[in-house]
Design a protein around this ligand. Structure first.
Ligand SMILES: [Zn+2]
Length: 264
């Protein structure tokens, strides 16, 4: 009955344990886990992993920081993810396009002006290219946006994107509301247990716009501990408390939202 729309099971933190984590997710009651790719290497590994597990669904994308990899000096890299190898972003967009029939969504992708304040034009170009792929194949877009929430929303609306989920939305509540009013979804990670900002989104947004994710290995409920999809029920419980409704009502609303957006 639970869903995770944003997991990074292809990550050094899970190396060699991917299958065990998929099993634990199933045992914890998750129907579906969407495994998100970030760049060429993880995108291909996402496809391989999801082929081995019925409950894992692949999403392919280009992380906004990777989207400008060819423009940045690797010595200046300060991100949590390993420094990406420079790659041809247009060739990767074409790869995602060619594999669109195999995936549940395009993502993650978006705009990030926290890690990289410059190169905005190149980020936007790649983001728009991926939105175009998603729209041509009628797929949802899973969006990462940091310090660029308003601009991301503008781009989606200008392009006429209908189906989108904002993962780990860190913008202001009024922007979250605007995203919901535009028909987009917001997915909330298990860190909601101890994060007021996510509790506010869970409490104040319409119930039919909320989804759950993990962003694992990050954003877990226990400080300093590795997160994984099996933690989704704890996130749902915290969201239910924030809204003052039952866990069952919260879980089934989220499950229904997933069905509406992803068709599963
Ligand atoms: Zn992510």
């Amino acid at each position: 009955m639970y869903v995770d729309v944003h997991a990074h099971l292809i990550h050094p933190a899970f190396e060699g344990e991917e299958d065990a984590i998929a099993e634990r997710a199933r045992a914890a009651g998750l129907d579906w886990v969407i495994v998100n790719g970030l760049e060429p290497v993880s995108n291909r590994r996402v496809l391989e992993l999801c082929e081995r597990h019925e409950g894992l669904l692949p999403a392919l994308g280009i992380y906004p920081v990777d989207a400008i990899a060819r423009d940045i000096a690797r010595s200046g890299w300060t991100h949590d993810h390993p420094a990406p190898e420079p790659f041809d972003t247009d060739a990767e967009i074409a790869f995602i396009d060619a594999n669109a029939h195999r995936i549940i969504a395009v993502g993650e992708c978006g705009l990030d002006r926290y890690w990289v304040a410059e190169h905005a034009a190149e980020q936007e170009r790649v983001f728009e290219g991926l939105c175009d792929v998603a729209m041509r194949h009628d797929l949802p877009v899973i969006i990462h946006t940091r310090k660029a929430e308003r601009r991301s929303l503008e781009i989606l609306q200008a392009l006429g994107v209908q189906k989108a989920d904002f993962h780990c939305f860190g913008g202001k509540l009024d922007l979250a509301r605007k995203a919901a009013e535009a028909g987009y979804y917001l997915s909330i990670p298990p860190v909601v247990e101890r994060a007021d900002s996510f509790q506010r989104i869970a409490a104040r947004l319409p119930l039919d716009r909320l989804l759950t994710e993990t962003d694992c290995p990050y954003m877990g409920p226990d400080r300093g501990e590795r997160n994984e999809p099996a933690n989704v029920p704890r996130g749902v419980a915290a969201m239910a408390r924030a809204r003052d409704i039952s866990e069952d009502a919260m879980a089934s609303a989220i499950r229904e939202n997933f069905r509406r957006l992803f068709g599963r």
